[in-house]
Design a protein around this ligand. Sequence first.
Ligand code: FES
Length: 144
Amino acid sequence: MYSEKVMDHFQNPRNVGEIEHASGVGTVGNAKCGDIMRIYLDIDENQVIRDAKFKTFGCGAAIATSSMATELVKGKTVQEALAVTNKAVMEALDGLPPVKVHCSLLAEEAIHASLWDYAQKNHITIDGLEEPKTDIHEGEELLE
Ligand code: FES
């Protein structure tokens, strides 16, 4: 049912943790399954993502997609990171079963929410980035 890459990123997730004084933090949740994902970005003065970490309170596919999403955005500019869609994450993981597609959407939304937070903090706009609808603040204690 799951590709080897999904199993690998689920069993050995990369970039688990948090970044102190992160440039941007985004937390998103899916109301149906109740899963929550938070992504932290460390962004340098050239708008390049130096580091990315995540904390996910969710299913195995959500953990695998957070792991892959953080790997994919590292080293990219904030503009390039926008192209890391849920499709890109799924492709990098060699696919996900249809019922798990929403988990990868959470990863895309968490990246967007953390980029949005960065843009807000720095009073800049990132072309093509819209305010995340699912950015949440309640329930954060689940992750602490
Ligand atoms: Fe909801 Fe995976 S089941 S994020």
